[in-house]
Design a binder for this molecule. Structure first.
Ligand code: SF4
Length: 430
């Protein structure tokens, strides 16, 4: 691997004025405990979208962890992990900082990681270095005695929080009143709910209870096909961009994809529009992927003739249309891996993954389309200090920050996940 600096190191160098560049917030140079206590998603996120009142808050990290230097934390994590041995498995999401990923037994997207935990049924603790919905999914798929631990409870996901169960139930009530519940002559029900993996277990459970299904960014088209075989239209949440980009590629006209704003009656639509709808898109988005623009792509093409531009389908539609390719994190990784000639790649996804790929594939030139360093602010809350704290707590016989999905939610949520697996097993997820 080459010596390209990690995102954390880059942020520290920018903050100290020792390298050129800019970050989306000076707060990134602090430990996440500096902003954990205050409501909000943290530096760089869409601060206009407050976390739900019920979102878990992290208690204060003990001072010994807050004040330890990086080398000390690294040594403490290694020592605790060695002591725990096979009793613990550490999962690291692609978007996690390098200083955490280095300790992970498995690195991948959310669904790959939830599946990876299945290969370690004897591990008592699954430490999920990702965000809250991912830990919930791991809990759905893991054994009942296994404890899934999220090192920082404030690591939510602003996109997942944009659709809460009460809003979705209210939307469903309005749609049911409008469409009724009777199937058409071909047996298709009026509407099928589809939730992206990046959603709470409660929404996966909602889909399980109402004939719906889960999708990942890899299998969204397969899942929409499954839904159209069974329903006249789809209610897709929470990411409008994944829904729109996928349905558009399948030939659904934009005019048949109204947006549902949960704060307005009928989502801000009239009955005619909803009657003609094929995909109703929830008003949600990812703060990280919304940062990418067509202007950035044009600049990359001007500065790097022949550049190959690959973006994630959570990016807005004009960005996906302007790119050469769009695909999940796993698609991006495989596309780079498969390139046999030295290639310049401009990538539209979270910067930790892009910088790691740049280090792993030094034969290529790989850079993030967004020149401003702006990692996912909620992933960023998993600092090595929190990882050291949960591992040392486990060594001491305590089980901190356990994420448990109650059975009345977990059972239907598993139904929705099983439908996805039966529709076609995904190779990768969000
Ligand atoms: S990158 Fe976007 S969708 Fe993924 S965890 Fe961060 S905010 Fe959520």
């Amino acid at each position: 691997m080459s010596t390209i600096a990690s995102v954390d190191t880059t942020i520290a160098l920018i903050d100290a004025g020792r390298t050129a560049g800019s970050t989306c917030s000076p707060d990134l140079a602090s430990g996440p405990w500096a902003f954990d206590a205050s409501p909000g998603y943290g530096p760089g996120a869409s601060l206009a979208d407050p976390p739900p009142a019920v979102a878990p808050r992290q208690g204060e990290l003990p001072r010994a962890y807050r004040e330890a230097d990086p080398a000390d934390l690294d040594a403490r994590v290694r020592a605790a992990k060695a002591t725990l041995g096979d009793r613990v498995v550490i999962l690291g999401h692609f978007y996690q900082r390098e200083e955490v990923v280095t300790h992970a037994d498995f690195v991948g997207d959310s669904f790959q990681l939830a599946n990876a935990s299945l290969t370690r049924p004897d591990a008592e603790a699954i430490v999920f270095c990702g965000v809250h919905f991912m830990a919930e999914t791991a809990d759905l798929l893991s054994g009942p005695e296994q404890a899934v631990i999220l090192p920082n409870l404030a690591a939510g996901c602003s996109m997942a929080d944009m659709a809460d169960i009460d809003q979705v139930e209210e939307c469903w009530e309005q749609l049911t009143e409008l469409y009724g519940t009777e199937p058409d002559s071909s047996g298709r029900v009026p509407v099928i709910p589809v939730t992206y993996m990046n959603s709470s277990a409660a929404l996966k459970g909602f889909c399980g209870r109402n004939g719906g299904i889960v999708c990942t960014s890899s299998n969204a088209a397969t899942v929409l096909e499954w839904a159209f075989e069974r329903g006249q239209r789809v209610l897709f949440f929470p990411d409008q961009h994944l829904g729109r980009n996928t349905a558009k590629a399948m030939g659904v006209p934009l005019t048949a994809m109204p947006m549902w704003n949960p704060n307005k009656p009928l989502g801000g639509n009239d009955e005619q529009t909803l009657g003609d709808a094929q995909v109703i898109l929830w008003h949600g988005f990812c703060s990280v992927h919304r940062r990418f623009t067509v202007a950035q792509i044009e600049q990359a093409r001007a500065e790097h003739p022949g550049v190959r531009v690959i973006v994630h389908p959570e990016c807005p539609m004009p960005v996906v249309d302007a790119a050469d390719e769009a695909g999940s994190t796993d698609y991006i990784r495989k596309a780079i891996d498969a390139a046999t000639e030295p290639t310049t790649f401009a990538i539209g996804t979270e910067v930790n993954l892009v910088q790691r790929l740049a280090a792993q594939y030094p034969q290529h030139t790989i850079f993030c389309l967004d020149p401003v360093v702006c990692p996912c602010s909620t992933m960023y809350r998993i600092h090595p200090g929190y990882l050291a704290w949960v591992l040392e707590s486990l060594v001491a016989g305590e089980v901190p920050n356990r994420i448990t999905v109650p059975a009345d939610v977990a059972d239907p949520a598993r139904v929705a996940l099983e439908r996805m697996l039966a529709a076609k097993p995904p190779v990768a997820g969000a």
